[in-house]
Design a protein around this ligand. Structure first.
Ligand code: 13P
Length: 356
């Protein structure tokens, strides 16, 4: 099998999913601020090293998305962090976009930057061990938003990135995120997500992306976080699956959801019910940032004495999502680590202003 195809398949292997630990300098600073930890290079390294060396993590974690700084950092014993992951049996990945900036001429909308010089950066990231990559586009729902101009510009950038990624033999994760911010209904989110994905796949086709060698990272279809009408787990699962079946070709090996500001337990429940509704044409897994990290971050609190507690909290969430990825998550499993109860939810919203 082609190398990229087997990496894509390995990333969505049964019972496994991805940890997004690719927060940029600004985002990790916001996360650390909540637990009163200064965002120094050493603290960032110590925190990520704690996650990456969690005993047994590879049972549920197939890959980790790193940030440019992290892929170059070394663990305390001098081992490069990508090597630490590889030794665990985890595939290193890299965020290559340079963030979302205001889109000229489109008030309230953003375009993701980072295409300039990307071919050379991919070459270097491959040498540093990266075998998959991520580029995130953000789509805002609002009055008269999103515009077609914004959707097309972002889809085009995603497709240009994906082409360069495949050229470098790195599996692209294509991430068009329709944001939860706002008071819109779940129906509006479904309409916008469907249109976004249609345009994204149109652009991926135009840029000759090999679908078997990529993964899609979409939002789930949920009401805006300020909507007065919240949806049940089943409603979210039903709308999300309907939307994906309409738009995502079955040649795409896997769909790995972002958590987007949902509480960690809810993100697990949604994934679980969607998998119970299968079989689906693609593997359905996770690529969570906040929903995997909120619990370990609050157990760690920047204190070396809490490393084991942080690792246990991370392992617990990874396991819960590993089971949900097979539709086998239960309340019993959630309660397994009783001493962690209370640490794993509630702070997500504060922590989540934005995730890149
Ligand atoms: P969240 O799961 O916190 O949304 O992060 C995933 C991610 O990588 C966003 O780009």
């Amino acid at each position: 099998m082609d190398e990229m195809e087997s990496i894509a398949k390995a990333l969505v292997a049964p019972g496994k999913g991805i940890l997004a630990a690719d927060e940029s300098g600004g985002t990790i600073e916001k996360r650390f601020k909540i637990i009163n930890v200064p965002s120094t290079e050493t603290n960032r390294r110590d925190y990520r090293e704690m996650l990456f060396t969690t005993p047994g993590a590879a049972e549920y974690i197939s890959g980790v998305i790193l940030y440019d700084e992290t892929i170059r950092q070394k663990a305390k014993d001098g081992t490069p962090l990508p090597e630490v992951l590889k030794r665990q049996g985890i595939i290193p990945g890299i965020k290559v976009d340079k963030g979302a900036m205001p889109l000229a001429g489109f008030p309230g909308e953003k375009i993701t930057e980072g295409l300039d010089g990307l071919r050379a950066r991919f070459e270097e990231y491959y040498k540093l061990g990266a075998r998959f990559a991520k580029w995130r586009a953000v789509i805002t729902i609002g009055k008269d938003l999103p515009t077609l101009g914004c959707l097309e510009a972002n889809a085009h950038a995603l497709a240009r990135y994906a082409a360069l990624s495949q050229e470098a033999k790195i599996v692209p994760i294509v991430e068009p995120e329709v944001l939860m911010d706002g008071d819109h209904t779940i129906e509006r989110c479904e309409e916008v997500t469907e249109l976004t994905l249609r345009i994204v796949f149109q652009q991926l086709t135009m840029q000759r992306i090999v679908l078997e060698r990529m993964l899609l990272k979409p939002n789930m279809v949920v009401p805006g976080k300020d909507s007065s009408k919240q949806a049940s787990v089943r409603e979210v699962a039903t709308a999300t699956i309907r939307c994906l079946r309409r738009t995502v070709p079955s040649a795409v090996p896997g769909i790995v959801f972002l958590s987007g500001g949902q509480s960690d337990v809810l993100a697990t429940q949604h994934l679980n019910v969607m998998n119970q509704m299968g079989p689906h044409p693609w593997q359905l897994s996770f690529s969570y940032g906040r929903a995997l990290q909120d619990a370990p971050l609050h157990s760690w609190l920047g204190n070396p004495a809490n490393v084991t507690a942080g690792q246990e909290a991370f392992f617990h969430r990874a396991k819960a999502n590993g089971f949900a990825r097979n539709g086998k998550y239960t309340e019993l499993l959630e309660a397994e680590n009783t001493e962690l109860q209370g640490t794993s939810s509630g702070n997500i919203r504060e922590a989540s202003a934005s995730q890149d």
